[in-house]
Write a protein that binds this ligand. Structure first.
Ligand code: AHM
Ligand code: MG
Length: 335
């Protein structure tokens, strides 16, 4: 097995990114430094998530501070760690986090050329019951040193890199720098992410659909018809299975590895769906396309969206190429 060969030749995520960078002769290693700080944030969150249940049960040392203040909520804590790690990298100019209403503009001495959009801890409804949650991030290059909010409002196709980290039965970081998708698993004994899933390609079609079916009564025609087809296929094929964790990272990760479709469609109550364009829809769409799949909003290719506001939402259908083709056809027919 190919993986065996690497057991003594560990491809860490840092080594991997440095290798990729060496292909660009003008690179000065800025991206590796930025990524190292993102990786640090992910390791911190992983450790905090793993300790969370225990801290509640037995009151781990450090869960109340000297002033006797209550322990910070995991999502707030994760956000602070990411913001500080990203600023201190000296490589960022604008940070957009799901946790902060306003974007953070990095002050001149520490300002760099990257804009990072992220959701530090996604899947809030799953935090307290120990189900998989994750961090999602996207990276843009900003050419002008006087960065403005417009530099964060670029279409997703302009992203330089995107990824997520899943805090699940193992901690996995999945990354694309625009040259395919690679997955790294945290070896807790080393504290390093090691390449375990190289050049991930999503199957052309899948046997799984993933959606919050509790919203079905408010769906539009094409979404309802698509899901009906999943359950009662007209062509005699077997019905698809339903899997829905309710954490985007977990649901997208499974979709990426096993194939199928993940959707958070528009409905009558939420005409723009639920998921946020900048730090949920774009990074996941970028990864899907890089893995050979597709991402569609119900109207256009998701990465062609041009957000007007940093916390804007969009409906999203993403996954296996052929499965997304089907939903595209249904929306085209409904026009
Ligand atoms: P959050 O940012 O409050 O955690 O919401 C985002 C999450 C996604 O991870 C997930 O895909 C979706 O919300 C699930 O929503 P729902 O509970 O409506 O099915
Ligand atoms: Mg979120």
């Amino acid at each position: 097995h190919a993986a065996d060969a690497h057991r003594t030749d560990l491809m860490t995520i840092t080594r991997f990114v440095l290798n990729e960078q060496s292909k660009h002769p003008d690179s000065k290693g800025d991206f590796s430094i930025l990524l190292n700080n993102i990786v640090l944030g992910c390791k911190f969150v992983c450790s905090a998530v793993n300790k969370a249940g225990l801290a509640k049960l037995i009151g781990l040392a450090g869960d109340t501070n000297v002033q006797g203040e209550e322990q910070k909520k995991l999502d707030v804590l994760s956000n602070e760690v990411f913001i500080k790690a990203l600023i201190s990298s000296g490589r960022t100019c604008i940070l957009v986090s799901e946790e902060d209403e306003e974007a953070t503009f990095v002050s001149p001495p520490l300002r760099g050329k990257y804009c990072v959009v992220f959701d530090p801890l996604d899947g809030s409804s799953n935090i307290d019951c120990g189900v998989s949650i994750g961090t999602i991030f996207g990276i843009y290059l900003v050419n002008d040193l006087e960065a403005t909010i417009d530099d964060a409002l670029q279409p997703g196709k302009n992203m330089l890199a995107a990824g997520y980290c899943m805090y699940g039965s193992s901690c996995m970081l999945v990354l694309s720098t625009g040259n395919g998708v690679n997955g790294f698993t945290l070896d807790p004994s080393l504290g390093e992410f090691i390449l375990t899933h190289s050049d991930i390609k999503i199957p052309k079609t899948g046997k799984i659909y993933s959606v919050n079916e509790g919203n079905a009564k408010n769906w539009d025609g094409p979404t309802a018809k698509y899901i009906e087809n999943c359950k009662f296929p007209k062509d005699g094929s077997s019905p698809k299975s339903l899997r829905y964790v309710g954490s985007m990272v977990a649901d997208v990760h499974r979709t990426l590895l096993y194939g199928g479709i993940f959707l958070y469609p528009a409905d009558r109550k939420s005409p723009n769906g639920k998921l946020r364009v900048l730090y949920e829809v774009f990074p996941m769409s970028f990864l899907m396309e890089q893995a050979g799949g597709q991402a569609f909003t119900g109207k256009i290719r998701a990465l062609d969206l041009v957000p007007k506001k940093i916390h804007e939402r969009s409906p999203i259908f993403l996954g296996s190429y052929e499965d997304v083709e089907e939903i595209k056809a249904l929306y085209a027919a409904a026009k």
